[in-house]
Design a protein around this ligand. Structure first.
Ligand code: EPZ
Length: 427
């Protein structure tokens, strides 16, 4: 298994080009199941999770062609997807267990074919992550769904019907599944207390370009008018806001000065405000924005994860890594996932001072971190250890790099180009 070795103490200086969003790309790719028309998707990042989604879609009958990205640059790809015929309505356990976002095929398959058999994803390192809201929403649209043999067996022989569904809890994935299902349902669907993440807005805009009328885009109430057939469409994936936030934190950690090209500050919302309060300067530039420390020192700030536009759970681990070196203390509260502090014991092995009480972690800044062998159980936890390693004395070796490869396109190349002493050790 590959490892990444980082020799800490180098500032990051230069430019980093931001990739397309993983979490926007996955549902956008699933929309290809809704239509027999061609769908072209630009700015898709080259990541393991994208490959997993391609494999899943291909076994449902989606023809996929992949070409070099827009402007011929080496980042990202352009995918052309077309589903002339659905060849299988089953999403098998072997694929779904690798990536939970596979459940996003449930809504589209059911809407187009009137049936779907999708494996339940099972346990996850960051929390229980049930799919009850996906099921309840589709049932409200007329689906019958049973659980049998670890699979959701869904049927809607007469097609799905528009309905009003109020989410009892905000869910990104369930909102996406229902939006896609609603696109082909008969009549109008109203989704109340829907997620408002930029990835949801991107999906709504893509459905709009496929000929679906979506009202309330960017608000917590989405109204979707179903159509019989979707049109050929082309869409470009938004920049990855979690990658943007991650690199902003890495730069601040090393007291560097980097322009994040393609980085859009407005996608960060609460995370940008939090960084500014912590003493990080974020200044818009023509191509993105520039990150550096405002006046030398980082300050401890309190953070609570919340659905968008609140501080994202996907940046909590990275923010904690940054706060380990801040002046003073920081209280970090995780409200979205119940087991998302798996990075804490690993950061402690590098000399961080963090105490966890229930859903909160108290981080007291220390004057130095020391490199160590570390491993993490999920994508964002892994990258938080890389951030810590960039500022630690000596070598940090990060194990289980496959977590990073799920969500960060060419991480070590991007960091090395800005002066980090980082290398991938094969095998
Ligand atoms: C998406 O996961 C992201 N994944 C996650 O990113 C992200 O952490 C999460 O949203 C929250 O922002 C993708 O977009 C592919 P949710 P998702 O449904 O959709 C509970 C990363 O690192 N819930 O918004 O699965 C759930 O347990 C990943 O890139 C139910 O109770 O998250 C959680 O507590 C990790 N029942 C909360 O809602 C349901 O049916 C929010 O989860 C669904 C969710």
């Amino acid at each position: 298994m590959d490892r990444i070795r980082i020799r800490g103490g180098k500032q990051l200086n230069g430019t980093i080009r931001i990739s397309g969003s993983k979490n926007a790309s996955l549902p956008l790719m699933a929309t290809a199941l809704l239509s027999d028309q061609k769908f072209t998707l630009h700015n898709v990042p080259r990541l393991a999770d994208i490959t997993t989604m391609m494999v899943l879609l291909q076994q449902h009958g989606v023809e996929i062609n992949s070409a070099a990205g827009e402007n011929g640059h080496s980042h990202g790809t352009t995918l052309t997807l077309q589903t002339r015929k659905i060849t299988s309505t089953t999403a098998p356990y072997d694929i779904v267990r690798k990536m939970r976002a596979s459940v996003l095929v449930l809504g589209p398959l059911l809407a187009r074919e009137g049936q779907a058999k999708v494996s339940l994803p099972g346990g996850c390192a960051i929390g229980a992550r049930p799919v009850d809201l996906h099921i309840a929403g589709l049932k409200a649209m007329g689906a019958e769904i049973d659980i049998d043999g670890g699979y959701m067996i869904a049927k809607a022989p007469k097609g799905l019907k528009g309905a009003r569904y109020t989410f009892p809890k905000v869910s990104v994935g369930a909102t996406e599944n229902l939006m896609m299902a609603a696109a082909l349902a008969k009549g109008t669907t109203v989704l109340a207390n829907a997620a408002r993440e930029p990835e949801i807005i991107d999906l709504a805009q893509c459905l709009t370009s496929m000929g679906v009328t979506v009202e309330g885009i960017g608000t917590e109430t989405l109204t979707i008018h179903g159509v019989d057939r979707l049109k050929e469409a082309t869409h470009s994936v938004i920049p990855d806001r979690i990658e943007i936030g991650t690199y902003a934190m890495a730069v601040a950690m090393t007291a560097g000065d980097v322009e994040l090209v393609g980085g859009r500050l407005e996608l960060l919302e609460a995370a940008a405000q939090t960084l500014r309060s912590a003493g990080v300067s974020l200044e818009p530039t023509e191509k993105g924005f520039r990150v550096r420390r405002a006046n030398g020192q980082l300050h401890g700030v309190d953070v609570m994860t919340e659905p968008y536009p609140g501080f994202p759970t996907d940046l909590q681990a990275q923010m904690m890594a940054l706060m380990t070196r801040a002046d003073g203390a920081s209280m970090i509260t995780e409200t979205i996932f119940e087991s998302r502090f798996m990075h804490v014991p690993e950061l402690a092995r590098m000399g961080a001072n963090v105490v966890v009480h229930g859903e909160s972690a108290l981080v007291r800044g220390v004057s130095k971190l020391r490199g160590a062998e570390v491993m993490a159980t999920d994508l964002r936890a892994s990258v938080s250890l890389a951030i810590a390693g960039l500022a630690a004395e000596g070598d940090t070796t990060l194990h289980r790099v496959y977590h990073l490869d799920r969500g960060y396109e060419r991480l070590e190349e991007k960091l090395a180009a800005c002066g980090a002493d980082i290398e991938r050790l094969k095998g």
